[in-house]
Design a protein around this ligand. Structure first.
Ligand code: ADP
Ligand code: ASP
Ligand code: MG
Length: 456
């Protein structure tokens, strides 16, 4: 068995789904279980619909639901035989009537809870997995659909739910594993349900995570993440195009890159894969012959110090200053307790005798956090910052990496630097407006000469 996950752009249209069917067909002897994301930008659109509902913009949300139905119906009709279209229409009617009722209910209540956000955003994967199942049948692949909400069980932290692994693995073994040798199994990523059967989701980008949970649950030989780039690249292509493909990378390096913003992989993806020691591949659904990136358990020998550069944007720097800190103990504890109370995680920290600087990306509670910190210190905040993170297991064995970073970033104001907390990253904070220049300079410094075994 293998798990093949196709992201939003890989299933964005009938033509894209046809490409996916061909990719799956070529691997059908490996007993694929296919996990799909919502088509194109559907999740964003569903979230926009719930926002319009809560703001009482009735015409707006009705029009958006109508457009979304049109889009799914148009693309689905192209991958369903003529005789199947009446039943397709009936099914889409049912799904969209249900969605419309739900959205109207939210508009009436005037309240949008995390639980109802999950209910609404689940429609993307419910629709895409249904349409992909029909399409596979149409293209000659015997296929069966499994509603992920029957098998992926989570806690009830809606919009960011965590899987309950023992229950989930049991269901995957009982329900999915026996089907895979018989037919191609298609499941929606991202969606799950709580122990009491309420729809939940694994957080944005969570379909990658679904794929690795399924892979670990059924004991797959490989987990393939099919996306719109050739693999893990040496730099985020939205910031610096033209990076090199990393052929092999370790789980630890990939996890670090994902955590620090490499959107190509959801940060939790590697966890189930590591525990079950299943290799993860990142592949391009538009160029299926490119070998992609292989993520493996063991360290990958490499003559370059750095494997890739990740960026986390929209970061806020919080500076906390207090003379009471001088010689006092327990000060850091007091600071972190405040962040903890507001469930706000801190990414980077630097301390001096009388001040602490740290970065956060969730600013939902920043006002209240600052207020509490002001009870015992001076606080200033700076939005529009970015973390640029160099990742590579060789960083700690290579002398002079920090000095190369400083000289490459000559002319860019470095607000913070951190090395050593993690064994495989060196991070700097710069103003977001400087990010392109920073990444370009660092990329030139660390990737002009390449180890041909690792990069292409
Ligand atoms: P999918 O819809 O297939 O899940 P995503 O948009 O979530 O795709 O992730 C793929 C995107 O990740 C790429 O299009 C690219 O812009 C972005 N990305 C960020 N950092 C990297 C990186 N280091 N290597 C490759 N892609 C990256
Ligand atoms: N559709 C979800 C999202 O857009 C999950 C995913 O694509 O991985 O976040
Ligand atoms: Mg993704």
């Amino acid at each position: 068995m293998i798990v093949m996950k196709f992201g939003g752009t890989s299933v964005e249209s009938a033509a894209a789904i046809e490409r996916v069917a061909a990719i799956v067909k070529a691997r059908v002897d490996q007993k694929p279980i296919v996990v799909v994301s919502a088509m194109g930008k559907t999740t964003n659109k569903l979230l926009a619909i719930s926002q319009a509902a809560i703001e009482g913009r009735r015409e707006d949300y009705l029009r958006q639901i109508h457009d979304l139905r049109d889009f799914h119906s148009r693309e689905a009709r192209l991958v369903v035989p003529v005789e199947g279209r009446a039943s397709l229409d009936r099914c889409l009617d049912d799904i969209f009537d249900e969605l419309t009722e739900l959205v109207k209910g939210i508009a009436v209540l005037g309240e949008l809870t995390p639980r109802s956000i999950d209910a609404i955003s689940s429609y993307g994967e419910r629709l895409s997995s249904y349409i992909v199942t029909l399409a596979f049948e149409h293209f000659g692949l015997p296929t069966t659909h499994v509603d992920s909400r029957r098998v992926i069980v989570t806690d009830n932290r809606h919009t960011q739910a965590s899987p309950l692994f023992p229950e989930t693995y049991q269901k995957l073994r009982d329900i999915v594993a026996p089907l895979a040798p018989l037919k191609v199994v298609v499941m929606g990523g991202f969606i799950a349900s709580t122990e009491t059967g309420v729809t939940s989701t694994l957080g944005r980008g969570g379909s990658d995570f679904t794929a690795s949970i399924v892979g670990a649950g059924v004991g797959a030989k490989e987990i393939q993440i099919w996306t719109d780039v050739d693999g893990m690249l040496t730099a985020d292509p939205t910031i610096l195009p033209g990076g090199h493909r990393v052929k092999t990378i370790s789980f630890a390096e990939a996890a670090e890159l994902a955590y620090f913003g490499a959107k190509v992989l959801h940060p939790s993806t590697v966890v189930p894969a590591i525990e079950s020691n299943i290799p993860v591949l990142i592949l391009n659904s538009r160029r299926p012959d490119v070998p992609g990136t292989r993520i493996v358990a063991e360290t990958v020998h490499c003559t370059n110090a750095v494997k890739s550069i990740a960026c986390k944007r929209k970061i806020t720097l919080v500076n906390i200053h207090s003379t009471r800190m001088l010689g006092a103990h327990g000060f850091l504890r007091r600071i972190f307790e405040v962040f903890d109370r507001y469930e706000t995680s801190v990414d980077m920290v630097a301390t001096s005798e009388v001040s602490v600087s740290l970065t956060i990306d969730n600013t939902a509670h920043l006002e209240k956090i600052s207020q509490e910190l002001r009870a015992f210190s001076d606080v200033s905040t700076e939005p529009e910052q970015a973390i640029v993170c160099l990742v590579g297991e060789n960083i700690r064995f290579t002398p002079g990496v920090a000095s190369r970073v400083f000289s490459a970033l000559n002319g860019v104001n470095i607000r913070m630097i951190s090395q050593g907390a993690s064994l495989l990253n060196l991070s700097v904070v710069v103003a977001d407006k400087d990010i392109r220049q920073a990444v370009e300079s660092l990329h030139t410094e660390f990737f002009t000469e390449l180890d041909p075994e690792v990069f292409e």
